[in-house]
Design a protein around this ligand. Structure first.
Ligand SMILES: [Zn+2]
Length: 446
């Protein structure tokens, strides 16, 4: 399946997508209403053209509206009776009220499949390897990706630790690392945990590479964009062999799977498990892979919650070329969240674009850039960009001159007017990583 030719893959996807559409139409009240309003029945969808032209795209707000109307905590997407629902998770709720993910026994079968393929093919873990799984039930990521017990099926031992950034769990992580030094091949290391762990190690005077044998581990990342700055910083501090994406996104639980052969720069999606469409942000029409657009997900096996054409509200690019790792499944680049965009005059700026410029400035580096923010001064458009960034205090003698240097550099690189640069104190930088599950990239001032 991992090397299936794309023509066969498309045929398989169409068959599964039609099955999911029928399931959603018959059993999920929201989708039933939605398709009825659009005037379609499952049998009307015969080929990809029908799918793209007739099946409506769903946005998060559509479900919120449905919930307002009906008070259904499942937003009208639960498609099974309770006796078929094995368990329920709640999302991190980064963009509003948390939503529920429900899973049936059949759903878990596919999560197992997905997890096993991922750790075997992408992370290249083998029998006898150890995985330090810092998992918690309050977020999707590794907890859902692994599927209980599935790693055991390929002989990988999981060391369980809680993901909470509290001293108690940090100490356990340190003990694990010391006792199994050189044996642990990969670690689930989501954003806020890595940030907190760095601070904790510093306060204890420990070095992750010397004292804990982090050198050459694979880090599984979640909870925010895996930018170049983040990757470089973590590689530098922890000596990781690679930092790979290991997160599940949004209500469709689509996993982003970093590829070891692609040095973490390539992120795959298993397309026989999730149908991915790449569309224009405004029209919803299909676009070319290297154009910037949104991605639309239809999970092809979801049983309890069968989402159909869910628009992720991210800026993305696609690549359908076969990867060095051998997989024919797509690679995706996520440029940023639509909700994080700032429009300067008519140009869209995303915080990641700012970060990419900042981290190359020696006085800022990856550590300072990782905490950077852009300031939003109006709901729609604004005339100037204001940025906030961390920096290395020892390297800056004259703050005024330094701010001007940064301002000019960002203005030149992004070709938009930059009116101000605000420097974050080390305390503010530390706080940025320790509050909540993700680092806030936008500061609102209106
Ligand atoms: Zn690959």
């Amino acid at each position: 399946m991992e090397t299936i030719n794309r023509k066969e893959l498309k045929e398989l996807q169409l068959k599964l997508a039609k099955r999911q559409l029928k399931h959603a139409y018959e059993n999920a009240p929201y989708y039933h209403d939605r398709f009825k309003k659009a005037g379609i029945k499952p049998d009307d969808i015969k080929d990809w053209n029908d799918w793209e032209k007739k099946v409506p795209i769903t946005l998060k707000n559509d479900l919120r509206d449905y919930r307002e109307k009906t008070n259904d905590p499942f937003y009208g997407v639960l498609a099974l009776p309770w006796e078929k629902v094995r368990d329920i998770y709640i999302s991190t709720g980064t963009t509003g009220r948390s939503t529920y993910w429900a899973f049936s026994k059949e759903d878990w079968k596919w999560i197992y499949e997905l997890t096993l393929r991922t750790v075997w093919s992408m992370y290249q873990l083998r029998p006898g390897d150890m995985f330090l799984g810092n998992a918690g039930r309050f977020h999707g990521g590794f907890e859902v990706m692994r599927g209980p017990d599935s790693l055991m099926d390929i002989g990988i031992t999981v060391l369980w630790n809680d993901v909470l950034p509290l001293p108690m769990f940090m100490d356990k992580m340190i003990q694990y690392c010391q006792d199994f030094k050189g044996k642990i091949k990969a670690i689930y290391f989501p954003a806020f945990l890595s940030w907190a762990f760095m601070g904790y190690m510093n306060s204890k005077g420990l070095d992750p590479i010397e004292d804990l044998g982090f050198n050459n581990m694979i880090g599984g990342w979640a909870g925010g964009a895996l930018t170049t700055a983040t990757r470089d910083m973590l590689k530098d501090v922890f000596g990781f062999k690679a930092i790979l994406n290991m997160s599940c996104l949004g209500d469709t639980m689509v996993p982003l799977i970093g590829c070891l052969d692609g040095q973490g720069l390539r992120t795959h999606v298993w397309e026989d498990i999730h149908l991915v469409e790449h569309v224009d942000m405004k029209t919803g029409e299909p676009i070319e892979p290297d154009e910037v657009g949104d991605w639309v997900i239809t999970p092809l096996h979801n049983h309890a919650v069968p989402h159909i054409r869910w628009r992720m509200e991210d800026y993305t690019k696609m690549d359908f070329e076969t990867c060095d790792c051998g997989t024919t499944h797509l690679s995706i680049t996520i440029l940023g969240r639509e909700s994080d965009r700032i429009t300067i005059k008519d140009k869209i700026i995303l915080p990641q674009m700012v970060e990419e410029v900042l981290y190359k400035i020696p006085e800022i580096g990856p550590g300072g850039a990782m905490a950077c923010q852009v300031v939003k001064t109006a709901p729609e458009k604004q005339d100037n960009l204001i940025i906030r960034t961390g920096y290395i205090q020892d390297k800056v003698k004259d703050q005024v001159a330094f701010k001007e240097k940064v301002r000019a550099k960002v203005q030149e690189s992004l070709a938009v007017p930059v009116s101000d640069v605000e420097l974050l104190t080390p305390e503010e930088v530390a706080q940025a990583g320790s509050v909540g599950w993700k680092i806030a990239r936008i500061q609102k001032r209106y």
